[in-house]
Design a protein around this ligand. Sequence first.
Ligand SMILES: [Zn+2]
Length: 113
Amino acid sequence: MPNGNVIRGSRIGSAPERPPERYEPAPRQAVTYWCRNDHRVEILIAAEATAPPLWDCPRCGLPAGQDAQNPPGRARAEPYKSHLAYVKERRTDEEGAALLAEALAKLRRRRGR
Ligand SMILES: [Zn+2]
């Protein structure tokens, strides 16, 4: 058995006085990107690093750029169409009215009217 305290400093209550180690993060800069779906992405990179011109949007996977007004790929995007606009492409107003009446009738039956 070797003489001496092998597990030096491990005794409870004998820890040397020293200030708690402070975690000093490296300086960062926040860079904000927008994709053409108006998703806002903020990333933190090292302050001295140059922000990449594009960043993949984590929500939709499209490339995002730093200009909110002009996100990459917008020129190629088809014009925005609401869900209703798509429905109206597939259905005439008459069909829509019939579907609505049918749905309302079902709803009223379920409610026992
Ligand atoms: Zn997106």
